[in-house]
Each structure stands twice: as structure tokens, then as C-alpha cells.
Design a protein around this ligand. Structure first.
Ligand code: PLP
Length: 407
């Protein structure tokens, strides 16, 4: 018997401890956030667009949340519009710029390591002949070269989109330099900041970006809520038409409880971002050192000099990352193979392939992503499990069977 079968999967061992190390996929809702949301799920059921008292109460809550989100990134409240999450924010930013009435330019410049919320949209716009898509590569460390982006710009460029921090490797991109060169040419610049907001200080008055995406559930806020920063003066074609909510830029009755939750979590993060990020970086380093010492052929994917404080992406030579992930899962440790959004697919990560890795190495990747509540004990336990699991997996050389994968 080789490989991990569904029979083995179903014979779940009693779990000693649940250790969640997949915070880049999603985060648990903070109790303070739930607390803030509950009144808007229970008693305050008004439509924020209604003029009576029920509506006005909700309108007030929405506008307070807008101020809280804006404050986290030093934006003006009127520069924040609420969406259903990171995917919608990225889509609205890119399509909204490409389709804005006064823009005839066609070139759209992005990078090969973007999240699919950006990449798939750009490819779809290119297939429909709406844009001339130019994709900048990344180096072996997962970094985009601003000069390479600049070379792709021409007088016909409508938008540049470069993510702030990569969701798989955690590599932080030089968006300040990219933004500056866009600014010089008068080209709008969008950045997918879904993974960096709440981990890195972001000040949109200093960072030269015009549009930035935020997602609630990556911040210990609720799922199904997000925001898009749109710098004042940027023209954006709305994508959802209807009741003209969000100053006509995103129609649809406001998700008041979600918005309140996003606002509250941003308010909490403002005061604690630095301390929490420092603590997470310490635990991430402890994990990195521990795993590299315990599993000598493990190797880090991506730059260690430019990285989010909470992500560690490792290659486990000649092992299938999915098998490592399921083996850890059996021990109560939740990690991910690359992006959670592509976890239903067996294709190796497009990010690691873009970094020049072989299919085999890219398929061996495991992403550990830490959160504010992880402890040193949890990290030590994860480290201590790995050598034994690696040995077991190497003794069972067959890959994880596709038909055995849980849905
Ligand atoms: N962009 C990045 C970098 C992400 O990591 C994700 C989610 O994994 C998204 C966009 C999509 O965000 P959401 O899940 O809120 O739609």
C-alpha cells in the first residue's frame, strides 16, 4: 500500500492540538469584531439608503466604518468604497479604469505573480481584445523589477497593476518605485494590497498608488466584505449598476454588518499593527530556523529580505506538497500548498513557476502563514512533527491520488 488513500484519510487520529497556520487563506473572526457586528445582524436591520431612523442608524454605522478603514491607510473617507471582498475590489479597479469614459489607451501592464483575481481578469480583457496585455516577469526571488515594468509602458498605457505582497511567498514588491514611474507618466497604478494591509504600514498619502484592494477576511474581519481605495480625482467606470450606492460607483444595498466588522477590525489594527507584525515575524523566524534545522533539504521560496512578517513558503525536495499538507492536517496542523484559491487544482503554483522553478520543485511547496494568535508552543509543535512525517512520506513514494482528494 503506497500513498495516502481515502481510507487512511477517514481513519482520523485523535487530534492532540489544532494549529492553524493558514492565515493567508483566511483568518478567524476576532471576538471584538463579532461584538461590533451583532447589533447590525439583530436589531439594526435598516437599509442604509432609507431616510427614516432605521436607515439613518445604519448609514451612520457605514460612514463610521468608512472613516475607520480610511484611517488605517491614511486615506480620506471619500476615497474608500465598500465591495464584497478582494476579488471584487481588484476587478472593479482594473475594469473600472480600462472602461472609464475618457480613456482610449489599451496597454495594460501587470506581472506574472499576481493573484488570479487580477491575472485572470487581465487575460480575459486581452482575449476580448479590450486591452493589449503586457506581463512583466519576476526574478528567482519572486521580485518584480521596476525597470522591466517601465520598459513595458508606452504612451498608450491605461493602467499598471502590481501587487504589494504576494499571497504565496509573502514577497513584498517595490511598489513605491513602480508607482513613482507610473506617476511620472500619468498612468494610473493599482496595487492588490489584500495581503499587506494590516501587516505593513500603508500610507496612501506617501505611496504613489491610485487604487488599492482590501479584504475583510484576511484581517480577522468577516468574509464577503472588502474595500477599494480610489484616489480622489481618479475616474472609474462602475461595474454594478442599480441603486447608485457608494456614490454611484458600486450599486447594491450595503452589507451593513460586514462593513461595521471591517471598520472595527481596521480600527483595532491601527493601534496594534506594529507590535503584532513584530511578534509574527519573530514566530515566523523561529519556524523557519526550526524547520531548516530539522529538515535539512527544505529550502525557502522567495526573498527573505523583502517579505511579509507572517509568511514562510518552503520547498520540500522531491515530496508532493499536497501530501505534506494532508499529513500535517492529520496531525491537526493546517497549512496550504500555494494559494488557497487554486487549491482545487493540481497545477503547480503559477507564482513559483514564474520564479523559474521546475514543476517538481513548485509542486513541493508548503505555505505556512501565521496569525496574531499563534503561540511559540504551536510553532515548536509544528517543527517537531515535520521530520517524522517527512520520513513516512518518503517511505511512501507514490503521489497523493487525485480521486482520494477530499472536496
Ligand atoms: N488578492 C490576494 C493577494 C489574495 O490573497 C486574495 C485571496 O486569497 C484575493 C485577492 C481575493 O480576496 P477575496 O478572497 O476577499 O476575494
Amino acid at each position: 500500500m503506497t500513498g495516502i488513500t481515502s481510507v487512511e484519510m477517514s481513519r482520523e487520529k485523535p487530534r492532540r492540538q489544532e494549529i492553524y497556520l493558514d492565515h493567508s487563506a483566511t483568518t478567524p473572526l476576532r471576538p471584538e469584531v463579532l461584538e461590533a457586528m451583532l447589533p447590525y445582524l439583530r436589531e439594526h436591520h435598516g437599509n442604509a439608503g432609507s431616510l427614516h431612523r432605521f436607515g439613518r442608524e445604519c448609514r451612520h454605522a457605514v460612514e463610521t466604518a468608512r472613516e475607520q478603514v480610511a484611517a488605517l491607510i491614511n486615506a480620506e473617507p471619500c476615497e474608500i468604497l465598500f465591495t464584497s471582498g478582494g476579488t471584487e475590489s481588484d476587478n472593479l479597479a482594473i475594469r473600472g479604469i480600462v472602461e472609464a469614459g475618457d480613456r482610449t489607451a489599451k496597454r495594460l501592464v501587470t506581472t506574472a505573480m499576481e493573484h488570479h483575481a487580477v491575472l485572470h481578469l487581465c487575460e480575459s480583457l486581452a482575449r476580448a481584445n479590450r486591452v493589449d496585455l503586457q506581463v512583466a516577469g519576476v526574478d528567482r526571488e519572486g521580485l518584480v523589477d521596476p525597470d522591466a515594468v517601465e520598459e513595458l509602458l508606452d504612451d498608450d498605457t491605461v493602467l499598471v497593476s502590481v501587487m504589494h505582497a504576494n499571497n504565496e511567498t509573502g514577497v513584498v514588491q517595490p511598489i513605491e518605485r513602480v508607482g513613482t514611474l507610473c506617476q511620472k507618466r500619468g498612468v494610473p497604478f493599482h496595487s492588490d494590497t489584500v495581503q499587506s494591509v494590516g501587516k505593513l504600514p500603508i500610507d496612501v498619502r506617501k505611496l504613489p498608488l491610485d487604487l488599492a484592494a482590501i479584504s475583510g477576511h484576511k484581517l480577522h474581519g468577516p468574509k464577503g466584505i472588502g474595500a477599494l481605495f480610489v484616489r480622489s480625482g481618479t475616474s472609474l467606470e462602475p461595474q454594478a449598476l442599480g441603486g447608485a450606492q457608494e456614490r454611484g460607483r458600486r450599486s447594491g444595498t450595503e452589507n451593513v454588518a460586514g462593513i461595521v466588522g471591517l471598520g472595527r477590525v481596521c480600527e483595532l489594527l491601527r493601534g496594534e499593527l506594529q507590535d503584532v507584525s513584530k511578534r509574527m515575524a519573530g514566530l515566523r523566524d523561529r519556524l523557519q530556523e526550526g524547520v531548516l534545522a530539522a529538515v535539512p533539504d527544505a529550502a525557502i521560496n522567495g526573498s527573505t529580505a523583502h517579505r511579509l512578517p507572517n509568511i514562510l513558503n518552503l520547498a520540500f525536495e522531491s515530496l508532493d506538497g499536497e501530501r505534506v499538507m494532508f499529513a500535517l492536517d492529520q496531525e491537526g496542523v493546517a497549512v496550504s500548498t500555494g494559494s488557497a484559491c487554486t487549491a482545487g487544482s493540481l497545477d503547480p503554483s503559477h507564482v513559483l513557476l514564474a520564479m523559474g522553478q521546475s514543476h517538481e520543485r513548485a509542486s513541493s511547496a508548503i505555505r505556512f502563514s501565521l496569525g496574531r494568535d499563534n503561540t511559540g508552543e504551536e510553532i515548536d509543535r509544528a517543527i517537531s512533527l515535520l521530520p517524522g512525517l517527512m520520513e513516512q512520506l518518503r517511505e511512501k513514494p507514490d503521489g497523493f491520488l487525485a480521486e482520494d482528494r477530499p472536496v
